[in-house]
Design a protein around this ligand. Structure first.
Ligand SMILES: [Ca+2]
Length: 499
């Protein structure tokens, strides 16, 4: 009797053994998930992007052996709301984390919870950043290591799953990578796993690792041309120039005397941008170490590796630093995914369809074979990547609510289609807008230099985009639209504790 025949006969004789064998085979088919999340990383700071100054061979490799999404966006460009959208697949008005001081709701579904319930071993290591003062374990994770607030680039105190708090000496990016590698090594079971690694980098204030401090000293950095081209823009953008979030402001303490609009003060800006880039070199090293560990343990090809950021960042565009607005550098995020179950490593793909932070949860849940999430706003891109999806979205809406603690950006509501972007700034009292709106033809003007809102020939386009914005918001149950009152752009600095 051949071995195969013997197995068949044996299985027929012992159905329970067949069940166990089948379960184990299915178990082997379920992929692991490594989700690497950076904080405030621009989409053009991975070298798959042709203009990237930062060389990121390890991040690039994920895209070169997988998928590079060239048009990935966050739906609210602010840390906590965006993180909650990543976990839940919901817009901020639905998950409720509308600012940086709100906890992820205890009872709200998330993809880690779903995977945990489906038998995955789950861990979160690093920056969580929802619920500023809470470093305790959160639902959905078997192992949870984080810290209060923003954490520090050096010597952060971590809470190890509620068991102990300890200052771990060293550079944040390396420390969380070590912890992630330890967790991968110490796992005992055969169950598939989800590991989320939350980096602090490249969030302000920017402190590169010692060896990368001077990595970009040779690169000339100036204010982007768009910073001096504000005449077609709403007035609040000019007002922002001299604030905490403007290029003439303190630049996250890279400028000691401010405001300073003298041309020579650009050196402070250059130093800030170089430091921001410097922090990313350590992130790339981290990705390389994690990749090698998976390759060495034979898990690489059965692991979905996702590399992305919670939101983008303005580095001088339109005279702005920070994020929150709906301009491209603020809402674009880097996104690469390596998983042979999506596309074989020798057949990498680039995807130009617009994907959103809302899409992570349903995509991961589908790829892991768990039951689909219901009543969410995001969509799985599994089909889009594998075979294309003619039904994929061609428009989506963005929202951001004015923050009293950071009075440098109005309420923002906008729609982005494959070609157009319309942004307006409601006052918050239901009355007419008090700021000029913005309209960009992204095909002709990808850098958003020419605000076309006053062009009478485009009145019909504006009308139709307004209609689209309304129907997208209605479809996501975002109407009636609640938001705070816009109290205007102010020059005061934010409270020291929340910078
Ligand atoms: Ca962020």
């Amino acid at each position: 009797m051949s071995l195969a025949r013997f197995v068949l006969v044996a299985l027929a004789a012992w159905p329970s053994l067949a069940g166990a064998w089948g379960a184990e085979a299915a178990e082997q088919r379920r992929p692991n998930v490594l989700f690497i999340l950076t904080d405030d990383q621009r989409w053009d700071t991975i070298s798959l992007h042709p203009q990237s100054v930062v060389k990121t061979p390890n991040i690039d490799r994920l895209g070169r052996e997988g998928v590079h999404f060239r048009n990935a966006f966050c739906t609210t460009s602010l840390c906590s709301p965006s993180r909650a959208s990543i976990l839940s697949g919901l817009y901020a008005h639905s998950h409720g984390v509308v600012n940086n001081f709100t906890e992820y709701p205890e009872s709200l579904e998330s993809f880690p919870r779903i995977l945990q319930a489906a038998g995955y071993e789950t861990a979160y290591i690093g920056k969580w950043h929802m619920g500023e003062e809470n470093d305790e374990p959160r639902p959905g994770f078997d192992w949870f290591v984080t810290h209060k607030g923003q954490g520090k680039y050096f010597d952060t105190e971590f809470n190890f799953h509620g068991r102990r708090r300890e200052v771990v000496p060293g550079y944040y990016t390396n420390v969380v990578t070590d912890m992630a590698l330890d967790w991968l090594k110490q796992r005992s079971g055969q169950r598939p796993w989800l590991l989320m690694v939350g980096h602090k980098a490249p969030h302000s204030f920017y402190f590169p690792e010692e060896k990368y401090k001077k990595a970009f000293d040779h690169v000339e950095v100036g204010y982007p041309a768009s910073a001096f081209d504000l005449d077609s823009k709403p007035a609040w953008i000019k007002q922002r120039l001299y604030t905490w979030h403007g290029i003439y402001g303190p630049l996250f303490e890279w400028r000691k005397q401010f405001p300073d609009d003298r041309p020579e003060a650009v050196r402070d800006f250059a130093a800030m941008v170089r430091a921001y880039w410097g922090t990313l070199l350590s992130v790339d090293d981290s990705v390389g170490r994690l990749y090698e560990a998976l390759a060495q343990s034979g898990q690489l090809d059965r692991t979905i590796i996702i590399f992305t950021s919670d939101n983008g960042l303005l580095n001088g565009e339109h005279g702005m630093v920070d994020k929150r607005t709906m301009h491209e550098p603020s809402i674009r995020i880097p996104l690469v995914v390596r998983y042979p179950g999506l596309t074989p490593p020798d057949r990498p793909k680039t995807i130009d369809a617009q994907v959103l932070t809302l899409d992570f949860a349903p995509s991961i849940v589908e790829l892991c074979g768990a039951s689909p999430m219901r009543n969410i706003h995001g969509r799985s891109w599994a089909k889009l990547v594998r075979q294309g999806d003619p039904q994929w979205r061609t428009a989506w809406f963005y929202h951001y609510n004015y923050e009293k603690q950071f009075p440098y950006t109005p309420n923002v509501r906008g729609v982005r289609t494959d070609r157009w972007k319309y942004i307006h700034y409601p006052h918050g009292d239901g009355g007419p807008d008090r700021h000029k709106a913005e309209l960009y033809d992204l095909r002709a003007d990808p850098d958003e230099r020419r605000n076309l809102i006053d062009n009478p020939q485009l009145a019909g386009t504006v009308e139709s985009l307004r209609g689209q914005l309304r129907s997208l918001m209605a479809a996501a149950d975002a109407l009636p639209d609640r938001m705070p009152l816009d109290e205007g752009v102010k020059t005061e600095l934010p409270d020291q504790k929340i910078r």
